[in-house]
Design a protein around this ligand. Structure first.
Ligand code: HEM
Length: 301
């Protein structure tokens, strides 16, 4: 006997911009009404209480997932040569949060909610906890089955604003979306001033040296999600070259100024995140719903 299992999530409906509010799934166990978003939200809140830097971790994870093969959770797959082994991903954090949220959801409704959706929901929840406002996310993404380090082609910290705009355009994001998303937080107020000075020296504008520096001490992670980054970069206080350039390049300068002096950061940032979450998503019968986010499902015999 099957029972109706109602999950209050918003789903893609084939067309990336369409979603319906309720997804009804036939399930062979007890009749339950459950709110998947609340389960994910609860897990994220518990992690946030222990570590208030998780909005930064998850934002970066979603960016690094969606920019490579689309938002298909390919970044989560383990393997000697998988995306997470690529250099730009070595400092990506937050995998355990996604694992926790996935096991909490699987315990109640197995095989329904993809890891790709969990990344997007968890990031949204973390952003809201970090003061960035709450935006509504679409769900219904399916998980990819391919994850290769060689596919990781993320913008380098020394990319020009013009090239960065092109890279974002390839993912369906315009220059304004890019400027909103590049909110790279601000240096940790507790950060050693000589380290900050050293970082600024290592990553100056027009640097001829390799400006890829491993920011081990997480200077970017003490973020509340707000417009203070833009107020910093208009004062030439960006850390990465791209941050500094953003405030100076005529292609992005007007947007940076508007954000620094504006009052609608949360709304516009949320809109850009929603767009990022639609990059090349798998829907319908594409991909799969992984049972465990770090591995593809075993083929059924
Ligand atoms: C041109 C595009 C971008 C470049 C070149 C870039 C570069 C970087 C670099 C070099 C770091 C430091 C990594 C480390 O600690 O080793 C970083 C951190 C970070 N980036 Fe970006 N990024 C870009 C776009 C974005 C976007 C679009 C987002 C958000 C959607 C984002 C969110 C973050 C966050 C939140 C951190 C801190 C992560 C943490 O604390 O764990 N970045 N980025």
């Amino acid at each position: 006997m099957s029972h109706i299992f109602t999950i209050t999530v918003r789903t893609f409906d084939g067309d990336q911009n369409q979603y319906r509010a309720n997804y009804t799934h036939l399930h062979r166990s007890l009749k339950l009404n459950t709110d998947v978003e609340a389960i994910v939200g609860g897990v994220v809140k518990a992690w946030y209480k222990r570590d208030p830097t998780i909005p930064a971790a998850l934002l970066r994870m979603q960016f690094h997932d969606c920019f490579v093969n689309g938002c298909d959770a390919s970044i989560l797959l383990d393997g000697s040569n998988s995306e997470k082994t690529a250099v730009p991903n070595l400092s990506v954090r937050g995998y355990e949060i996604i694992d926790s949220a996935k096991s909490a959801v699987e315990a109640i409704c197995p095989g329904v909610v993809s890891c790709a959706d969990i990344i997007v929901m968890a990031t949204r929840d973390a952003v809201a906890l970090g003061g960035g406002g709450r935006y509504i996310v679409q769900t219904g993404r399916r998980d990819g089955t391919i994850s290769l380090a060689k596919n990781v082609d993320l913008p380098s910290p020394s990319i020009s604003v013009a090239d960065s705009i092109k890279a974002f355009a390839r993912k369906g994001l315009n220059a304004t979306d890019m400027v909103y998303l590049l909110e790279h937080g601000k240096p940790d107020p507790t950060m050693d001033s000589s380290l900050l000075a050293a970082l600024r020296q290592r990553c100056p504008r027009n640097s001829s040296v390799d400006s890829t520096v491993n920011l081990d001490q997480n200077p970017l992670s003490s973020m509340t999600v707000d417009n203070s980054y833009y107020r910093q970069i208009v004062r030439n206080r960006g850390i990465l070259k791209i941050d500094e350039d953003l405030a100076l390049d005529p292609l992005s300068k007007p947007t940076v100024g508007a954000i620094a002096n504006g009052f609608d950061f949360s709304t516009r940032f949320g809109q850009a995140m929603i767009k990022l979450g639609t990059a090349d998503v798998l829907t319908g019968k594409q991909g799969q719903i992984r049972s465990y986010c770090r591995a593809i499902n075993k083929p059924s015999k």
